[in-house]
Ligand binder design. Sequence first.
Ligand code: MN
Length: 194
Amino acid sequence: MKYELPKLNYAYNALESYIDAQTMEIHYTKHHQAYINNLNAVLEANPAIADKPLEELMKELAGLAISEADKTKLKNNGGGHLNHSLFWELMDPANSKNETLIEEINQTFGSVEEFKKLFNQTAAGHFGSGWTWLARDEAGKLQVYSLPNQDSPYLKNHTPIIGLDIWEHAYYLKYQNRRVEYIENWWKVVKIVG
Ligand code: MN
């Protein structure tokens, strides 16, 4: 299967002034596209696994009958594609809410405010590139944590729900070293709990 950029449901400038149009365009057309190109190349080299859903490949990565080098490429670029696809989908200038998830967040973390505080601290405290996640573990429980690079929660058999890209490419043009400001502003363009 050949992967392609998913459709973006809004214009590059739709998330201004929290996420600037230039960052959106470069992030979507260059960074995400590069993960897709590299993902397609590693799948082309390994046709036996090419038609399996990407989420399954992440869950089964360690046991796949492919070279260690290709496992690394698949983890980085398959993760890159899954993570960014969710990221574009999560952001929405309309800022619509998911009441069911909000109720679950309230039950697990006390309140949406407490959840965001924990999430933001986790994101701000992550050293280097990576993502901060709200994910559902195998027991169905919500968890907040960061993972390095493009590691997907599916690698842990978890299902990602909310993911924040904290690579510098996601915010540096507008925020430079001010990661905390980027994290706080990001919630203003996130649907579900925004
Ligand atoms: Mn990114």
